[in-house]
Design a protein around this ligand. Structure first.
Ligand SMILES: Cc1cc2nc3c(=O)[nH]c(=O)nc-3n(C[C@H](O)[C@H](O)[C@H](O)COP(=O)(O)O)c2cc1C
Length: 155
């Protein structure tokens, strides 16, 4: 697999979508935290999803998920998918992105520049007491800490 990119800025500046579920029943949300690397001798992608997100339910229920990346012309769409909940509205329709089937029964979007199809290898709820105090105060005053999902990149 070839993936030449500015890895530090990839999530932080470019953002991405994490999508779980089947073409018939999926949800997606914007992420700006994540990573790509190696674990247990496999290429992996790691994403962090708060339990309060609707997408969390789909991450829990499904074995596979996708992480997809977009050009700057789609930033507005990612803004919508990162501020509206699939619980309350058809935010995919609002975003204007086009869902398309991907490998292993997953979903990505026609507008994606690149999609990683991942199989969940490991998930873990972050432990509040183990999080640095400044991050605890900034990110977890009112919401439960993120669940981290590590997925083997298959495609
Ligand atoms: C730029 C950006 C980055 C985000 N990154 C994350 C993230 O890494 N993890 C997370 O849990 N939420 C993140 N969010 C928030 C979710 O995308 C947002 O709450 C979304 O509306 C959840 O949708 P859902 O309820 O349909 O799952 C981010 C939002 C934006 C705008």
């Amino acid at each position: 697999m070839e993936f030449n990119t500015d890895i530090i800025n990839l999530f932080d500046k470019q953002w991405a979508l994490v999508t779980a579920g089947s073409p018939e029943d999926f949800n997606t949300m914007t992420i700006s935290w994540g990573g790509i690397g190696t674990l247990w001798s496999r290429p992996v992608a790691t994403v962090y999803v708060k339990p309060v997100r609707y997408t969390h339910e789909f991450m829990e229920r499904n074995e596979f998920f996708t992480v997809s990346f977009y050009g700057p012309q789609h930033k507005k769409a990612l803004g919508i998918l990162g501020s509206r909940s699939g619980r309350d509205c058809d935010k995919v329709k609002l975003s204007g992105l086009t869902p398309v089937p991907a490998a292993h029964g997953t979903v990505t979007f026609a507008e994606a520049e690149r999609t990683l199809v991942c199989r969940k290898l490991y998930s873990h709820d972050m432990v509040l007491g183990a999080i640095p105090e400044d991050a605890r105060e900034t990110y977890y005053c009112t919401e439960e800490p993120h669940t981290l999902y590590i997925g083997e990149i298959l495609d």
